[in-house]
Design a protein around this ligand. Structure first.
Ligand code: C2E
Ligand code: MG
Ligand code: MG
Ligand code: MG
Length: 283
């Protein structure tokens, strides 16, 4: 009987794996079409100055809803796009859209804003990426320091010559580099000595229990001090409560991003946020 049960569990397990494999290949197939038809859009989440409570930047986040599969989270389709290389054309579409939207905001008079865009390793590996960015800045006539590119610690740790050179070339163009999800991995922070970074974004897992766990609180405070001692700006991600914000104010964290202010929203809705800022919830 135990043997039979074991066998059933095993087939349950393989059935589940099979379902996952089918979904993945379905997504992969649909993603080709979606990228080609530019069906992937961008939502934007405000980045707020913790002192003035004003929106000073926006992070672009990719969004894809498919008529049959519904909402597909970026973590799912981005990793597939990274695997099969679609991230290169998709990434270009994302960067282009984000820069055009920022230009639009600047023209409306919100010319203090910067846009932050997530990058994948595969994009930095691609020859011609820096040239693409350089051309994009020219076409949109944006100041290079209005564009921030977010890389994760594993990208920052890459010792591939081409990747290291690409990051350096981007810095030389005047673009800002942020380390995303800082503190979430097991990586060393030694890379902070070798690549020049402008911003650290503390991973949202820190904010999760920063007001209830004193170890997390001390570590978060130490990360803010570390960033400032290296003349880096620091952004806290996942700011959901007023208590979170108070902690960040008390510990002089420069910027905050999270549901307390707004979830990521479509571009038109982001414009309304700007008109209402600073709003009572932000003040
Ligand atoms: P990320 O770059 O760390 O982006 C922040 C994620 O946290 C977003 O998830 C955002 O919706 C979510 N978030 C924002 N505020 C809060 C909050 O207060 N609480 C909580 N619990 N979560 C919050 P999202 O949009 O699902 O994106 C997930 C990840 O997918 C991103 O994490 C990023 O790594 C990746 N991604 C999204 N768009 C792109 C893209 O255009 N290119 C690349 N390469 N990756 C992208
Ligand atoms: Mg990010
Ligand atoms: Mg990211
Ligand atoms: Mg992050």
């Amino acid at each position: 009987d135990a043997k039979k049960k074991g066998k059933n569990q095993f087939s349950l397990y393989t059935a589940e794996l099979e379902q996952q494999r089918i979904r993945k290949s379905k997504i992969e197939q649909l993603l080709h079409i979606a990228v080609e038809n530019q069906e992937i859009s961008l939502y934007y989440q405000p980045i707020v100055d913790t002192v003035s409570k004003r929106i000073i930047g926006l992070e672009a986040l990719a969004r894809w809803s498919h008529s049959e599969l519904g909402y597909i989270p970026p973590n799912e389709f981005i990793s597939i796009a990274e695997e099969n290389g679609l991230i290169v054309p998709l990434g270009k579409h994302i960067l282009k859209t984000a820069c055009q939207h920022l230009k639009h905001l600047h023209k409306m008079g919100f010319n203090h804003l910067y846009v932050s865009v997530n990058l994948s390793l595969r994009q930095l590996r691609h020859h011609g990426f820096t040239a693409f960015i350089s051309r994009l800045l020219q076409e949109t006539a944006l100041e290079p320091n209005c564009l921030e590119l977010e890389i994760t610690e594993n990208i920052a740790l890459s010792d591939e010559e081409h990747v290291v050179n690409s990051i350096r070339a981007l810095k030389n163009l005047g673009i800002r580099i942020a380390i995303d999800d800082f503190g979430s991995g097991y990586s060393s922070i030694g890379y902070l000595r070798t690549i020049s970074v402008d911003t650290l974004k503390i991973d949202k897992s820190f904010l999760f229990d920063v007001t209830t766990n004193s170890n997390t609180a001390q570590l978060t405070a130490a990360i803010v001090t570390l960033a400032h001692s290296l003349s880096l700006k620091i952004v806290a991600e996942g700011v959901e409560t007023k208590e979170h914000l108070r902690f960040l104010e008390q510990h002089h964290c420069d910027m905050a991003q999270g549901y307390l202010f707004s979830p990521p929203v479509p571009f038109e809705q982001f414009i309304s946020l700007l008109y209402n800022n600073p709003s009572p919830t932000l003040g």
